[in-house]
Design a protein around this ligand. Structure first.
Ligand code: UDX
Length: 435
């Protein structure tokens, strides 16, 4: 497994669990030392147990020595493809350097399997490079669809397998992948066997669709705000239609994280390079709608705080880009918290998992260990990441801690009636409010 970040580490431990001999390789020494000692560099439910079991089985080890990848029949490339600084395009330097390093240890008959999310066309280019340098070695593209918070489950029980295979030796590559995923294949998991370009596009198309679904309902939220309609009921009602479905129709602060935002931007950039930019101009609007939600949340806070943020004490519940994660990459919650702080509010932020990560980036914000501590003396409480412990807060007891019983539900996750019955003024994006 080349690259032991989120994807690679979970994939490595999962493959060991499925019975394979796995070696995880990464250039990041502290990360490798942590993983080798059974400690997880990131928060992911179930991963620590899986890592411990896989290490104890003797089938999993971690190293910084690329030479240890020699002799493997299958080499997975799991490195990151972040957004380039100042551009929409994906930065492929880690993928390229992983493949170049692999070429040094690769032998004929071995299979390189790309899992990283890459711009369409990358696999064909890498396959040519691999084929030139190591005749008889093969390359396949096998995108992953793991969600943070469900990474282990999504790896061991994926909802589909996608194999992008070479024109030559397709059967050999196919058989090797089936051998790797034997238990998953035996469970009759749907499998799509295709070419490189389609396999690469499956991932970006899926993430673009999800982002579009979220921005669609958030655009409806904007209209609901203009008309007095209720976006939550609207989502429930349209979601009853099987063709639409209720999932990913939760209006609120919108999407963030290490995948959706950068993937839709890289997709647009790639479409531009291919002369097909018109096909994806709608994604620019998807991105715009998403970013507008953050601005609207800050405006709503200002409105609720009698027109000014200056000197107001604001409790922010949640910083991670979604619950069950300590990931703050492009987190809408942290973005709003930081804007409030920069515009003069005193923000006290709490999150069950992400505080340590936040502290490094925003030392000027105050951090609290619990929601109660964060809310002490607050003029307003903002729920920005819908962790279960926040959704289950008792508004009666919580009301005794704050200075003003004003709650802004950025994720439409609280029971408005219960909070209002406890005397709170409740505001949310895309919802009617009692005035
Ligand atoms: C996503 C894809 O779901 C996954 O298949 C892919 O492999 C990687 O990218 P992830 O980034 O872990 O996974 O998060 P996801 O669960 O998709 O949520 C993304 C963002 O959308 C979060 O910020 C979440 O809060 C937001 N979201 C999700 C909404 O705002 N509304 C919804 O209805 C659903």
């Amino acid at each position: 497994m080349i690259g032991c970040g989120y994807l690679g580490a979970v994939h490595a431990a999962s493959m060991a669990q499925l019975g394979h001999e796995v070696v995880g390789v990464d250039v990041d020494e502290p990360k490798i030392a942590m993983l080798a000692a059974g400690r997880t560099p990131f928060f992911e439910p179930g991963f620590e147990e899986l890592l411990a079991e896989s290490l104890a089985s003797g089938r999993l080890r971690f190293t910084t020595d690329f030479g240890d990848a020699a002799g493997a029949r299958v080499h997975f490339v799991c490195v990151g493809t972040p957004q380039k600084r100042g551009e929409y395009a994906a930065d492929l330097r880690y993928v390229e350097s992983a493949v170049e390093s692999l070429i040094g240890v690769l032998a004929a008959g071995e299979l390189v399997v790309g899992k990283s999310t890459v711009p369409v066309g990358t696999a064909a280019r890498l396959a040519e490079l691999v084929g030139d340098k190591v005749p008889g070695a093969m390359l396949a593209w096998n995108p992953e669809f793991l969600r943070e918070g469900f990474a282990v489950q999504d790896t061991v029980h994926p909802d589909r397998l996608v194999y992008g295979l070479p024109d030559e030796n397709a059967d050999t590559a196919h058989a090797l992948l089936d051998e790797v995923y034997a238990t998953i294949v035996a469970a009759e998991t749907p499998k799509v066997v295709t070419d490189y370009a389609t396999a690469e596009m499956v991932k970006t198309a899926a993430n673009s669709f999800l982002a579009t679904k979220i921005s669609f309902i958030n655009a409806m939220a904007e209209l609901c705000e203009a008309t007095g309609a209720d976006v939550k009921q609207l989502a429930d009602a349209i979601g009853h239609d099987d063709r639409i479905g209720r999932k990913f129709l939760n209006a609120g602060l919108g999407f963030g994280g290490g995948c959706l935002p950068k993937d839709i931007r890289a997709f647009m950039a790639r479409a531009g390079e291919l002369g097909a930019d018109q096909a994806l101009t709608f994604l620019r609007e998807v991105d715009n709608i998403n970013m507008r939600r953050r601005i609207r949340m800050v405006e709503l806070a200002r409105e609720v705080l009698d027109g000014s943020l200056l000197g107001k004490r604001v409790a922010v519940l949640g910083a991670a880009f979604k619950p069950e994660s300590d990931d703050i990459r492009d987190s809408p919650a942290l973005n709003v918290a930081a804007q409030l702080q920069l515009q003069g509010a005193t923000v006290v932020l709490t999150d069950p998992a992400a505080i340590e990560n936040c502290r490094k980036h925003w030392p000027q914000i105050d951090y609290a260990d619990t929601a109660e501590e964060a809310a002490r003396g607050a003029d307003a409480v903002l729920l920005l990441t819908e962790w279960r412990q926040f959704r289950e807060l008792d508004p009666v007891a919580f009301g005794k801690i704050v200075r003003q019983k004003r709650v802004l539900d950025g994720r439409n996750a609280l029971d408005r009636d219960v909070w209002e019955a406890a005397g709170w003024s409740y505001r949310a994006l895309g919802r009617r409010h009692a005035s």
